[in-house]
Write a protein of this length. Sequence first.
Length: 265
Amino acid sequence: MDVTNLFSVKGKVVLVTGGAKGIGRMIAEGFVANGAKVYLTGRDAPACSSAASELSKIAGNGGSAHALPGDLQDLAQCQALVKRLTELEPNGLHVLVNNAGAAWGADIDSYPDHAWNKVLTLNLHRVFTLSQLLLPLLEKTATAEDPARLIHIGSIDGIRVPTVSNIAYAASKAGLHHMSNVLAKELGPRHITSNVLACGPFATKMMKATLEVAGDMIRSEAPLRRIGTPEDVAGASLFLASRAGAFCNGALIRVDGGVSHVSKL
C-alpha cells in the first residue's frame, strides 16, 4: 500500500468554484501542485485568469490551472459553463469542489429580504444546480474503487449557532451539509461520493473584517491557538479526492482546529 499512490490526484480533472480567491484558491493550489488539471470558475473573470496564471507557475507533477469564468448566480451562465467544460474535457470530470459562496452580516431587525436570495442561491441552490448539470461528466470518470467526487465547502456556522449575526449564511451552510448527505445516498450507487469540509476561520476576504477586529481573541481561544492555513484545507481536499478518501461518502469533516467545540457561556 504505497502512500504516494494512495493520496495521489495526478491526472485528475478538477473544477473549483470560487477558485480564484480565498479557500477556493487554497484548494486549487493543492490540486495543481500535485498533478491535477484544475479549472477555476467565478464571476470575476480577471481574477480567474490571474489566479490560473499564478498557479501554473507552481504547478507540479504535470498539474495545470485554467480559467473558466462564470457568474453562478445566473442559471444560464451555469449551463454555459458546463457546456464549455464538456467541450474541453469530453472524457469527464473527476472532482467538483463547490466552494463559491456569499455572506451577509446584519442583525435580525435589519436583515434585508434580498440578502436571502443572494446567499441561498449561491451557497445552496447553485451547488445543487452544478452538481446536477455535471453528473454526465462525473459519471464518465466514476468507478467503484475510485468514484467521482463532490466536495462541498461548508462551515462550522452550519453546525453551531454562529458568534456573529449572519442568519442566511448559517442557514445556507446547514442546508448544504444536509443536502450533501442526501446526495451521498442518491449518487453513491452511481459511483459519485458527496462530502463536506466544514471550515472554521481562515485568512480570507470574507473573514478579513472579523480577523482584524477579533483575530487575536479567536486565536487565543482556539484549541490549537491558530487559524487555518492553505495546507490545512488543501490537505483535507486532497484526501477526499484521492484513493485514500474513496470510501468516505456523506462525511462531514470539521477543518477548524476544534473551534466549533469551544462554547462560551
